[in-house]
Every structure is written in C-alpha cells, then in structure tokens.
Design a protein around this ligand. Sequence first.
Ligand SMILES: N[C@@H](CCC(=O)N[C@@H](CS)C(=O)NCC(=O)O)C(=O)O
Length: 206
Amino acid sequence: MDYFFSPLACSFAGHVIIREASLPIEMQPVSLLRKQTKDGVPFDTISAKSQVPVLRFDDGRIVTENSVVLQVLADMAPDHGYLPPRSTTAGQATLEWLNFVASEVHKHCLYPIFTKGVPAEVRAWAKDNLVKKLAYVTRQLSHTPYLAGNAFTIADAYFGWALMLTLRGGLLEPQGDLLAYWDRLLARPAFTAAMETEEALFSQFA
Ligand SMILES: N[C@@H](CCC(=O)N[C@@H](CS)C(=O)NCC(=O)O)C(=O)O
C-alpha cells in the first residue's frame, strides 16, 4: 500500500496517523510543482485529481479526499481510537471537527492565503476569517485537551497541519489554550517526526 503525500501539504495529517499507528504503508513523496512522484511518474496517472493525499491499495485502487483517507487510515488501527464509533458522542464530534477543518479552515481560509494569484483583498479576507475560525477552535480547547474530547483523533491530525501552516506563515501568534494545544501536539513523537521529515523533504519535493 502506498501513501502519496507532498511535504507540508494537508497530506501531513495522514502521515501523522501512519506514524502514530506504525501502519505498514510505503510513503511516496510527490512534487506538487512538477506534479510528479519521486520516480518521475506523472501524478495525474496515479490520481486524475492530481491532489494529495492519495492512498493506493495493493490492487491499484485509490482513495482520495483527506477527510476520507484519514477515516480509512483510522480504520486500519481500530484499537488506537483515532476515530471513535460514529454512534458515540466522541465519534460524532470527531467527524464534525474533521469536516470543520476541511471546509472552514483548509479550503475557506488556508487555500486562498497560500495559493498564488489570489487577489490581495481575498487573501486579507481569508486571513481575517482564519483568526475567527481559530478563535472558535480555541474556545473548544479551553474545555478539552483535544478537539473531540480527551483523546487525540484524526481531526487533531488535520487541524494540527492547519495550525502548523498558520504558524509557519506567521499568520497568528498562538497564545493560551491554542499554544498549550500546539505544545501537546509537539509532545507526540509521531507528530514531531512527521514534521521534521517533511521539513527535510520540502525543498526537494514542494
Ligand atoms: N479535496 C481535496 C483537496 C486536497 C488538497 O487541497 N490538496 C492540495 C495540497 S494541501 C493539493 O494537492 N494541491 C495541489 C493542487 O490542487 O493542484 C482533499 O480534501 O483531499
């Protein structure tokens, strides 16, 4: 099984889960600038969407869309609780936060901020909006250590990426409960190892 990711892109979330659960998955870096794998294979021959993440099974079948890929990865390590059962409060909260990060934080805010050619006023609007979304997340983190409660879930892996990008981009100075949450993520060896690995690969595969 292969996981196609691009350093410091949203596929970081799946990378964290793969490391957290020690899943036997081959990591395949992709350059999104060149749209090529490390072996020079055109990325659109692997996924017509040409976007990371892509999970490829041994029979050639692929799964795309970060929120779905993360659920599939969590299902491969059921004992870790990265996605509690959907019938539970924690499971519903995990999916709710997952969707919030994908739609409100990633595509609504981070995408326009980090995409070349976006008009300055749209970028400014997205930055303002990001501050509001992060304030909402921080309110939750004043009640619970992780987004969906007391345990780290796939929603934290995805939001952890969003926060990492926010900090790297100097978009916000984290304080209080958000800073404590960031420190909590950094204390997870898999999170830090994924970050260091992707930082080292970034110049080669961005
Ligand atoms: N809807 C997709 C979007 C994923 C996405 O935006 N991936 C970005 C990296 S964070 C990407 O591959 N960008 C390259 C492109 O869109 O051409 C998902 O949720 O997985």
